[in-house]
Design a protein. Structure first.
Length: 184
């Protein structure tokens, strides 16, 4: 949870998401995306979360307005939020042109997963020097939300260590809801 929570907090901090904002989180039902969604909601932002339709109920449960990703996403977002202040790409599935258009430029758009970020003028964050959020700051934001039930961190499945390869394949498919955990 630590790495995912730091990545989510970092993305929100680097885009300056605050209570006055409407933010689109692409890949909002994945590990980083769902934590970014919940942290943005806790900060008071209005969150539009993109995901497949099968994840829309989950997005509603964590405080986002769900929108299906893929072709036509920008129009679907505009239908629920005519103005978008910032965008976080946690999916890396070619959504950067739409996110830049929705946010009115690249200044408040960031990706954690699209290797083509530079081609779109978007900042890629991998948690390098000067980007990472100190863990005490992450814990100060995340743990009170978790303790009070305002932050969900679903586990998709626990695997015995000898099934690590299968767990990795399942995780990389992007189809699981939650994190995969290896147990000894």
């Amino acid at each position: 949870m630590t790495i995912v929570a730091e990545a989510a907090a970092r993305a929100l901090n680097l885009t300056g998401v605050s209570a006055a904002d409407t933010v689109v989180i692409n890949g909002a039902s994945g590990g980083v995306g769902s934590l970014a969604t919940q942290l943005a909601v806790a900060r008071g932002a209005r969150v539009i979360g993109t995901a497949s339709e099968r994840n829309h109920d989950y997005l509603r449960a964590i405080g986002a307005i769900p929108v299906t990703y893929g072709a036509g996403m920008a129009d679907r977002v505009r239908a629920v939020a005519p103005t978008v202040d910032a965008a976080v790409d946690a999916a890396g599935r070619g959504a950067l042109p739409d996110l830049v258009e929705l946010a009115g430029g690249t200044q408040r758009v960031i990706t954690l997963s699209d290797p083509d970020a530079a081609a779109h003028g978007v900042r890629f964050t991998g948690g390098g020097p000067g980007e990472s959020v100190p863990l005490p700051d992450v814990f100060a934001e995340v743990l009170p939300l978790y303790r009070t039930g305002k932050l969900q961190f679903p586990i998709a499945q626990a695997y015995p260590l000898d099934q690590a390869a299968h767990a990795l394949t399942t995780s990389e498919s992007g189809q699981a809801h939650g994190k995969h955990v290896l147990i000894p």
